[in-house]
Ligand binder design. Structure first.
Ligand SMILES: O=C(CO)[C@@H](O)[C@H](O)COP(=O)(O)O
Ligand SMILES: [Fe+2]
Length: 211
């Protein structure tokens, strides 16, 4: 442990007909990041929202915009997020040349995250760790909110924490007060939670993740 816990509500589970209010509520109750799941219906079997929505909500909050790109060929799309994202996370599985994609995100002056699907080994990023700000360990298979946390990801988080003691480790998928605690004990310091937070009582839920 050691690093302060960052709580990142995932907008995917918010009321889409009331986004401005939803975002301002989680901000008021202590959220640190706003996690924004961009899905293209190709890399994952679902479509969510894209840069026009992010630009529309950007003026209404000071939260850090943590953009999780679940798109095939992210190099073609990254530029769309240059005016609204603070952190851009790409999936290691979505690009042929991960190191080039990392450099592209950085060329826009953004922090760069790399996400790994549950079955993707840490070896994929071993030689890029010094160039990455954050590693996102997916604790479900990407594409949908409301899935169950995969406990086999806990040793993966531990292994990464040993490999990179200072890096930000984000976990995403099935996070609640119980699974979040296990992830933090394993070494994670950024907790994404969608259905857990947006299912009600935002204040208690956000507080319950600040271990
Ligand atoms: O990236 C994803 C899903 O692919 C996530 O960010 C989900 O939005 C998390 O939702 P919950 O599992 O917390 O409901
Ligand atoms: Fe996500």
């Amino acid at each position: 442990m050691g690093k302060e816990i960052i709580v990142a509500p995932s907008l995917l589970a918010a009321d889409f007909s009331n986004l401005k209010k939803e975002i301002q509520e989680v901000e008021k109750f202590g959220a640190d990041f706003l996690h924004l799941d961009v899905m293209d219906g190709n890399f994952v079997p679902n479509i969510s929202f894209g840069s026009p929505i992010l630009e529309a909500i950007r003026p209404h909050t000071k939260l850090v915009f943590d953009v999780h790109l679940m798109v095939e060929n992210p190099d073609c799309l990254i530029h769309l997020f240059k005016d609204c994202a603070d952190i851009i996370t790409v999936h290691a599985e979505s690009t042929k040349h991960l190191n080039r994609t990392i450099q592209l995100v950085k060329s826009f002056g953004k922090k760069v995250g790399v996400a790994l699907n549950p079955s993707t080994p840490l070896d994929f990023i071993k030689y890029d760790l010094d160039n990455i700000d954050m590693v996102l360990i997916m604790t479900v298979n990407p594409g949908f909110g409301g899935q169950r946390f995969i406990p086999e990801m806990l040793p993966k988080i531990k292994e990464l924490r040993n490999l990179a003691p200072e890096i930000d480790i984000q976990v995403d998928g099935g996070i609640n007060d119980k699974t979040g605690k296990l992830a933090v004990q394993a070494g994670a310091n950024i907790l994404v939670a969608g259905s857990y937070i947006f299912s009600g009582n935002y204040k208690n839920k956000i507080n319950s993740l600040k271990f």
